[in-house]
Write a protein that binds this ligand. Sequence first.
Ligand SMILES: [Zn+2]
Length: 82
Amino acid sequence: MKKTAKIAKETTVDIVCDICETSVVPDAYRALQNDVSEFQDFAVLHASFGYGSSRDGEKVHFDLCEACFETLTEHIEKMKRV
Ligand SMILES: [Zn+2]
């Protein structure tokens, strides 16, 4: 005899840009996949600071769409000291 139970499972249904809040997952992909956690075609900005630094152990994570990533990289280029 099989004993069954309904178990709630958390699923990633979308990934949105942390700046403009638009989806980074194409509609066609979302239509085919119930869980989009494996989708990787977007920019990820990740920083972690060591203990003893001024940000002591802080971790920062941003998911970014291509347009916002372009804007961010242009801003970084402007910040560079020549
Ligand atoms: Zn964006």
